[in-house]
Design a protein around this ligand. Structure first.
Ligand code: MF3
Ligand code: CO
Length: 249
């Protein structure tokens, strides 16, 4: 069942999304060579708490932190660590969830650390473009597959690998609700309902599509160890067009 959100729920998701956006604004300020991913986690936790929200990820299936911080070949679910010091040329994907009065905002962004290679800049650009191409398709009564297709087209045009084991998802009172959103074409006939909320989150690679999970049970890395990028917004398909929840108000 795909849940349609009420006006009140949309208002609260906008609040939750704004808190996610505040965290990202601060991440953009503080990410530089020398900072550890655990310091980033602490900064995110403090902002979420100060805004009277709950870090959605903390304790989710036993996850130990408030953000995921995935560096270079790490795709998603990188666990923050004091030993993981960012260095010039890295790229780091920060994924944040905030729950405000029972509603969830979920958003990720990949940041450059100092000066990065042209290839990494290209990967980030394409992944961000894929996200926004997907968002454009968030129109009531459109096929959800058109979101997937838009993402796939941008990825292939940019010659990036598409992570296939993970994808976007419905979001609202739970972080993960129906439907699952593939980041490539499938033959699904799911229709985007008016006022449904979906976290759209392409994960693209400079190399091959394939990824695997490390023995920590969380960190997902590319099989070829080439860099990966991740951009995510929580989006509502309103009758006036796509509404991005996870931007600054
Ligand atoms: N934000 C991720 C997603 O979009 C989930 C993070 S997993 C967690 O699915 F365990 F860290 F919560
Ligand atoms: Co998500």
């Amino acid at each position: 069942m795909i849940n349609k959100k009420s006006r009140e729920e949309i208002k609260l998701m906008r609040m939750a999304g704004n808190i996610v956006a505040l965290v990202h604004k601060e991440m953009a300020n503080v990410i530089e060579p020398g900072i550890s991913t655990l310091e980033l986690d602490k900064i995110a936790y403090d902002i979420i708490k100060k805004n009277k929200a709950i870090p959605t990820f903390l304790g989710y299936c036993g996850y130990p932190n408030s953000i995921c911080a995935s560096v270079n070949e790490e795709v998603v679910h990188g666990i923050p660590s004091a030993d993981r010091i960012l260095k010039e040329g890295d790229i780091v994907s920060i994924d944040v969830g905030a729950t405000f009065r029972g509603l969830v905002g979920d958003g990720a962004w990949t940041y450059p650390v100092g000066k990065i290679s042209d290839e990494c800049a290209h990967l980030m650009e394409i992944t961000k473009n894929a996200l926004f191409a997907g968002i454009k398709q968030m129109i009531p009564e459109n096929k959800l597959e058109n979101v997937s297709a838009a993402i796939e087209d941008v990825a292939l045009e940019g010659k990036c690998g598409i992570v296939r084991q993970y994808g976007g998802h419905g979001v609202g009172r739970e972080m993960h609700e129906e439907p699952f959103l593939f980041n490539y074409r499938t033959n699904s006939n799911v229709i985007i309902k008016k006022n449904c909320a979906i976290a759209i989150e392409p994960m693209l690679n400079l190399g091959c599509d394939d990824v695997h999970t490390l023995s920590d049970g969380w960190t997902v890395i590319t099989n070829d160890k080439k860099p990966s990028a991740h951009f995510e917004h929580t989006v509502i398909a309103s009758e006036d067009g796509p509404l991005i929840m996870t931007e600054l108000m």
